[in-house]
Design a protein around this ligand. Sequence first.
Ligand code: PRP
Length: 209
Amino acid sequence: MLNVALPKGRLGEKVYDLFERAGYPCPSIKENNRKLIFENEEAGVRYFWVKPSDVAIYVEEGAADIGVAGKDILLEYQPDLYELADLHIGKCRMTVAAQKGFRDDPRRTLRVATKFSRIARAFYASRGRDIDIIHLNGSIELAPILHLSDVIVDIVETGTTLKENNLEVVEEIFPISARLIANKSGYKFKSEQINRIAAALSAMTEEKV
Ligand code: PRP
């Protein structure tokens, strides 16, 4: 059995559909219930639903052999694991955003609200810009509206959350997409099985020229 950590939420369904199309279905996963583990013995896979930011922990620790995590999570937490493939789904952008009309005053320390403290620190360090990080766990867009911060460093997918809160992108930091990741020792013991699944997923997602 290959243990697979899937990110629940927005990305999860797309990721499961991809595994299904690649030949690893598990129809019971689509039942409307609160179960977290689903198995298809015949296909040799056991899926777990995991909080997106926790997928890398499950895989790094070996509780899952493989999983799917956004590039944002991998850059923020820098887990010790293998990144096997870009799945070309879950595309979005890491950005700096602020209230419309915001102008940075370089004489003042910039207050940055974010879930991605490491990414934000590295980005502003590369600019030599002094910042204070305000680490939040969600609804980051509230911070500049309530003057808790000057800017936010956060993910933008459709842009709807920014728009509906009168914020705008100031700058893009990097593009994000979902990556297939593998536990390092699990990969040694189950390399054939993991390579087969990685190839089947890549065949489904590679952008045809
Ligand atoms: C993410 C991100 C933005 C939003 C962007 O939040 O932090 O708030 O999605 O998406 P959009 O550009 O399509 O509007 P998430 O939904 O993960 O919730 P959170 O507030 O708990 O972080």
